[in-house]
Design a protein around this ligand. Structure first.
Ligand code: DX5
Ligand code: ZN
Length: 214
């Protein structure tokens, strides 16, 4: 069974509290929160202060996806938000191992994120220090992109690499109902959904998404 992780970036920013209440009523366990700096990716989204405020207003586990340059400069602030899961892009720093160690030392779950052009083999020497691998199935930064089909192969390969370890596979970008089923079958444990959940019928969409990953 896989889990759907709603991405708050896809929610209505003017109704954030209501969106959080809705997700809690729907028994959401983990909320995916994007942090974008306008440099590492073209978009700008929730910073540590906004994440900390959302965290205070919610009982959900927070999965913060850091998309920023120089993550070593910001990791302490991200840890202070209280997020239980924090991931860092492999490509965003020459010190990815250092960031992962910091996350683990703070008692949080550490994830390494791979862009579509990054091979899964780069995680080989990180396996001892991670709790999850986040496979980007679009290029990070902009909503409404199309799922990259080649990612299914990467999910399957990564699943083999982590066999026998307590490491989960997360997938993020362009997931709809049909793709949720495919990524689950390929080996995804945690499936992030933005636009395909926060649409005109969120309750129905969320339930349908959950049903296909059971
Ligand atoms: C994109 C973000 C995603 C985004 C996914 O850079 O990392 O979390 O919210 O949105 P959808 O599911 O609409 O592609
Ligand atoms: Zn994300």
């Amino acid at each position: 069974m896989a889990q759907i992780l709603p991405s708050i970036f896809g929610a209505d920013i003017l109704r954030l509290r209501d969106e959080i209440t809705f997700l809690e009523q729907e028994q959401t366990q983990i909320l995916h929160v994007d942090l974008m700096d306008g440099t590492y990716v073209s978009n700008i989204a929730f910073g540590p202060n906004q994440i900390a405020a959302m965290k205070k207003a919610s009982a959900m586990v927070f999965d913060v996806h850091m998309m920023l340059a120089n993550p070593e400069r910001h990791i302490d602030d991200v840890i202070k938000t209280g997020a239980e899961m924090i991931s860092v892009h492999y490509e965003s720093t020459p010190h990815v191992h250092y960031i992962l160690q910091k996350i683990k030392k703070a008692g949080r779950k550490a994830g390494v994120v791979l862009n579509p052009g990054t091979p899964e083999s780069v995680i080989e020497y990180l396996l001892d220090g991670i709790d999850y691998v986040l496979i980007m199935t679009i290029n990070p930064g902009q909503p409404g992109q199309t799922f990259i089909e080649k990612s299914l192969e990467k999910i399957r390969n990564t699943k083999k690499m982590v066999a026998g370890r307590n490491i989960q596979i997360e997938v993020d970008g362009g997931v709809n109902i049909e793709i949720a089923k495919k990524v689950k079958e390929a080996g995804a444990d945690l499936i992030v959904v933005g636009g395909a959940l926060f649409n005109s019928t969120p309750k129905e969409s969320y339930q349908a998404l959950k049903a296909v990953v059971q």
